[in-house]
Design a protein around this ligand. Sequence first.
Ligand code: NDP
Length: 248
Amino acid sequence: MIEAGRVAVVTGGGRGIGRAIAVRLALEGADIAISYRSNDEAAEESAKLVREAGVRCEAFKGDVASQEDVDALFKGVDEAFGRVDILVNNAGVTRDNLIMRMKEEEFDEVLRTNLKGTYLCTRAVLRKMVRARWGRIVNVSSVVGLVGNAGQANYAASKAGLLGFTKSVAREVAQRGITVNAVAPGYVETELTGSLPDKVKDQILGQVPMGRFGTPEEISEVVAFLAGEGAGYVTGQTITVDGGMVMQ
Ligand code: NDP
């Protein structure tokens, strides 16, 4: 349950898992700000779906890894809603390659979006949350950050880095009524994974006890729990949502 009047910011809310999270939090009654990088049409569709849930929604275009864009995002959120209670750091990219062929740009782009973006957005909201003595931060990692994946050393490093980040920030703000947790999805069918060759998809399915990919809605369900009032004593945790792929 999310208390009425809460405001949630979902980065990368224009498509895929972020859209499902935005809609799910809206169904709980939270007003929603979506951030996205470039796809205006997709972000407008997300905003429309969120508003259909009966809450306010604004979409903000910008790069989560740019300080200037993050300043503009949270200034916009402040002007539109006047508060931020929930932050979901979901924006993420892949640039897959075997490590011996991986270009420096491929490494840097993934690290800056997935990890630096989370740092900038988290830093931007924390002061307000500390003042309000309430906050929920949920970082979207990946099972790849737990077990690694050939061809994704950059992505795995960013997603494993997010887990260390989550635990450290959770410790820093634990006495302020703010929780910081991570979800680690398994393979979910979105545009991020849509381009995988069928052979690779079959190999992945062979590792999933449930024998199917997850849906964005199944990830959003766990995010909604962590973002809610009821999860107030859960912090620094990573919850895998992966059909049983990684059992800890
Ligand atoms: P999509 O590629 O479908 O959507 C990514 C979203 O992030 C888009 O809205 C995109 O904006 C936005 N985005 C990308 N880069 C930036 C940036 N620099 N600044 C702001 N917004 C940005 O991805 P998914 O929904 O599949 O993935 C969402 C998250 O879940 C990612 O962190 C991903 O790593 C993680 N994840 C996904 C899994 C999967 O199987 N799909 C598995 C495990 C984790 P725009 O639409 O404008 O391009």
